[in-house]
Write a protein that binds this ligand. Structure first.
Ligand code: AMP
Length: 619
């Protein structure tokens, strides 16, 4: 920031001519942009050392307000916007280093975020002496945390559960807490910490301000602001509930049973990707990860069944980029804060559209660009429209890459790596003479060809007869379009329309089965699926869409597996009632039906399962 300009005279002499020369110069004095926000010198020095040159929008707007210390504040900003520094820097500026008791409390949803914030505060105080912080979170020794708190700290960074525990044990004194920061408030409420947050706010009665940060503003977050804050200043970075403008939102439309294959293709098509894949359920995360690992991909799953130690190990490997990909459920991914994510892949769209914002916010952080790509089912197109409205951005429809596209991309990626290889270290010189002799009759073209053949024969072989994954999605869509808009077909659901649709379903590889069991029999969708799969000894990958009603249900089952399912279930007794299962002859009633767990790959219809080693996955 330019703070002043002044002119001065410079006098210089020339020995040769003996004349003096007068120069009028203009000198500009610049003030560091963080200093201009009111931060002290040590903090400015620290952010400069971190390479922060310009405050991000949330920092620009929040820091001057928060430095007052007495203003309640609501910041609507996602992770990746620089919000940790937006509250961390003013906090560090405000606390009294001479006093060794908690003056600031930062509450956040997860252990990861807790550690991340603590770590960030550590880097911000690189040049500030006498600041003591303590992270308190579940899954670690409470005794150690109590001991550290007793030594005297000014800032406590806590997850709600452990904090309540410490309050109840009277191991933490919140009487002199002046500033309470609620970070990722919407996430904390989603995770069911509402009462805990109320409890914490009721136990910090001498506070001077609350600073609330949230990516979204659902009513529950609004309620905190209404109940506990007075006249808060509200700042929104970007549009409310909107995604980051640096995110390119894309989607690929495929038939449900091609989800996995599409994912794999997309990964192969982006050899330099460093990404997170999201699934809706823990089982899907495990299942997809297992299949990908078997096929040679560098991926691990993050889910609720991992111990904290296992979770830390996975996260450590991912952060160090030893893992190219992480697959996670939304719950398990909470608080993951990793820089440099190039791709977020929605293996399925989330049920809750706001979750999409959280998922996509893992990429395009700190001014970088990123891609959030969703693999969507042909019937989910309407969800894309909803999302476009929600994030206020256009979504780009992409084709699932063809086998040829993948090979080409991998080939050039490899060739780029080849050209960038560092040959300055290593004892190559020793062998050069022999090599030159050996290759004296081989042309450069031939060497290249041979290298390519060696490296790519596995890819070429795998993809040589690859299906066009888009074909089904496209033809389905166009057929549906034409059937619904075609003049010869009556508007509404004629039997003819239903029957033609049902035959299309079969063309997709599914048979539609009717069964006289439904929700009135005490089934939920998941228990029902478990029941039919257990009875027929089939695996869930054979299933397509499930439509459950009170008394009956309709199930899409892979054609090859349908006879076995009918044989296993038809005529069986369930709760004293005779089960009837047969191929559905009427319409497949879709209204209100949800999508089943249909992302599997029916055996024998898709590409051969082969291990493709990902030789070089990272850029
Ligand atoms: P956050 O939203 O706090 O998780 O920050 C996201 C990333 O942006 C972190 O890696 C920060 O180190 C980085 N960051 C924060 N503020 C700035 C800034 N003013 N300039 C450059 N990078 C920043």
């Amino acid at each position: 920031m330019l703070i002043s300009t002044y002119t001065f005279l410079r006098v210089s002499g020339s020995e040769a001519t003996g004349k003096l020369a007068y120069h009028v110069s203009e000198k500009k004095i610049y003030m560091n942009a963080f200093e201009a926000l009111g931060l002290n010198e040590e903090l400015v020095q620290a952010v400069t050392a971190l390479g922060f040159e310009i405050p991000t929008p949330i920092q620009q707007q929040a820091i001057p307000i928060l430095l007052s210390g007495t203003t309640d504040f609501v910041g609507l900003a996602q992770t990746g916007t620089g919000k940790t520094a937006a509250f961390g820097l003013p906090l560090l500026n405000l606390i009294s280093r001479a006093e060794r008791h908690p003056q600031a409390l930062i509450v956040c949803p997860t252990r990861e975020l807790c550690l991340q914030i603590t770590n960030d505060l550590g880097t911000f105080t690189k040049f500030t002496k006498g600041v003591f912080t303590e992270a308190v979170y579940g899954g670690a020794s409470i005794t150690m945390q109590i001991r550290n708190l007793k030594k005297g700290v000014q800032i406590v960074i806590a997850t709600p559960g452990r904090l309540i525990d410490l309050i109840e044990r009277k191991a933490i004194d919140l009487q002199k807490v002046k500033y309470v920061v609620l970070d990722e408030a919407d996430e904390m409420l989603n995770m069911g910490f509402r009462d805990d947050i109320d409890f914490v706010l009721k136990n910090t009665i001498n506070r001077e301000s609350i600073w609330l940060f949230s990516a979204t503003m659902p009513p529950a977050v609004r309620a905190i602001s209404k109940n506990f804050m007075s006249n808060p200043k509200e700042i929104t970075v970007g549009k409310k509930n909107s995604g980051n403008v640096n995110i390119d939102h894309q989607y690929i439309t495929v038939a449900a049973h091609h989800r996995y294959e599409t994912l794999k293709r997309y990964i192969d098509f982006n050899p330099g990707m460093y990404g997170i894949i999201f699934t809706r359920t823990k089982l899907d995360a495990q299942d997809v990860a297992e299949r990908l690992v078997q096929e040679g991909y560098e991926i691990e799953a993050l889910h609720g069944d991992l111990t904290q130690q296992q979770r830390d190990k996975v996260m450590g490997r991912f952060r160090q980029k030893k893992l190219q990909l992480l697959i996670a459920t939304d719950v398990a991914a909470r608080g993951i804060d990793v820089d440099g994510i190039t791709h977020v892949i929605n293996f399925e769209l989330p049920d809750d559209m706001e979750v999409y914002t959280h998922r996509s916010g893992r990429t395009a952080r700190a001014g970088k660009t990123g891609i959030c790509i969703s693999i969507v089912h042909t019937r989910e197109s309407f969800k894309i429209k909803q999302l476009e409205r929600m994030v206020n951005a256009q979504f780009h429809k992409m084709d699932a890459p063809s086998g040829k596209d993948v090979c080409r991309k991998q080939f050039f990626h490899f060739m780029d790596k080849l050209m960038q290889a560092d040959v300055t270290h290593g004892d190559y010189e020793t062998y050069m003479a022999d090599l030159m002799e050996k290759f004296k009759d081989v042309s450069k073209e031939e060497v290249l060809q041979r290298v390519a053949a060696l490296e790519f024969s596995h890819f070429l072989k795998y993809y040589e007869n690859a299906d066009d994954l888009n074909a089904i999605g496209r033809s389905n869509y166009s057929q549906r379009e034409s059937s619904s808009s075609g003049a010869r077909e009556p508007i509404g659901r004629s039997d003819r329309a239903e029957n033609s649709r049902s035959s299309r379903q079969r063309d997709n590889g599914y048979a539609r089965l009717f069964i006289n069991l439904g929700t009135k029999d005490g089934f939920y969708k998941s228990s029902f699926l478990q029941f039919i799969l257990d009875e027929s000894n089939l695996n869930k990958e054979v299933l397509g869409k499930i439509d459950m009603r009170d008394m009956n249900s309709w199930i899409e089952v892979d054609k090859a597996a349908a006879p076995k399912m009918i044989k296993s279930l038809d005529g069986k007794k369930y709760n004293g009632r005779q089960v009837r299962m047969n191929e559905a002859d009427g319409g497949f009633k879709r209204a209100g039906g949800e999508e089943g767990r249909s992302e599997g790959r029916p055996e024998g219809r898709t590409e051969a399962r082969k291990r493709i080693p990902m030789r070089e996955n990272r850029d």
